[in-house]
Ligand binder design. Structure first.
Ligand code: ADP
Length: 175
């Protein structure tokens, strides 16, 4: 049941025709490199930057939403992942909070399908395996008690990352 609501794919999140895509943003919501840059480019840099300016940035672990402009998605949920500092600075709790608060906002906005990138796994340096475990366990726990969102897609930028997510997903699903 939960299994069928989670999908793990390799791809470019900007091309996903889902209700909401999640951006791994920075705390100024100013746009940047990586997936953030790709989302800004594809949505329309000017429009997305302007929409982000309604907020006074976003603290780590929280989320803010905007329209998706030229993207096939309807909304962009900008969440700010923690920078990896060795693991003793509350990184795990903050990363969990990114997924949790994004799911809460998606429900508020009645988004039925939601695509996540691997938050903090690029320049923010979070160890991939640990980040994937947090992503999958937090989402799986959520889906156990909530009928919404109906579908969660993890959209990963490389096959090795897909392999990590699939392996951890199997472990979690078997429990
Ligand atoms: P962070 O600053 O949170 O680490 P990054 O954008 O540097 O964010 O990287 C997060 C993850 O997003 C990395 O695994 C990176 O390979 C991936 N990524 C980059 N571009 C895209 C894209 N267009 N679609 C999906 N994932 C992407």
């Amino acid at each position: 049941m939960i299994k069928s609501r989670i999908q793990i794919v390799e791809g470019d999140i900007t091309q996903m025709s889902v209700d909401g895509i999640v951006n791994a943003a920075n705390s100024r919501l100013a746009g940047g490199g990586g997936v953030d840059g790709a989302i800004h480019q594809a949505a329309g840099v000017e429009q997305l930057q302007q929409a982000c300016r309604q907020y006074d940035g976003c603290p780590t672990g929280q989320v803010r939403s905007t329209p998706a402009f030229n993207l096939p998605a309807q909304r962009v949920l900008h969440t700010v992942g923690p920078v990896w500092q060795g693991g003793q600075a509350g990184e795990a709790e903050l990363l969990r909070s990114c997924y949790q608060s994004t799911l809460e906002l998606a429900v508020q906005e009645q988004l039925k399908s939601l695509a996540f990138p691997a938050i903090s796994c690029g320049v923010y340096g979070y160890p991939h395996e640990e980040a994937a475990r947090i992503a999958i366990t937090t989402v799986a726990e959520w889906l156990k008690t909530s009928p919404s969102p109906d579908k969660i897609i993890f959209v990963l930028f490389s096959q090795p990352m897909v392999d990590i997510y699939r392996r951890i997903f199997r472990e979690v699903a078997e429990k």
